[in-house]
Design a protein around this ligand. Structure first.
Ligand SMILES: [Zn+2]
Length: 57
């Protein structure tokens, strides 16, 4: 398992979402390999909830 930061989003004005914080989640290096690859490609930005099919909200 790897711990990665997941963005906490809040609706600002209009339809824009802004990142107001992060929380750590655990991803399996095998089952979530695609998600982890996406995270490592975008580091140090946190993952967005929409990028994690298994995380739920
Ligand atoms: Zn797994």
């Amino acid at each position: 398992m790897q711990q990665v930061p997941l963005a906490i989003l809040e609706k600002g004005r209009g339809t824009q979402l802004s990142v107001v914080g992060t929380r750590p989640i655990q991803l399996c290096s095998q089952c979530d390999a695609a998600t982890l690859a996406k995270y490592h490609a975008n580091r140090p930005n946190p993952l967005l909830p929409g990028e994690i099919p298994t995380a739920g909200l």
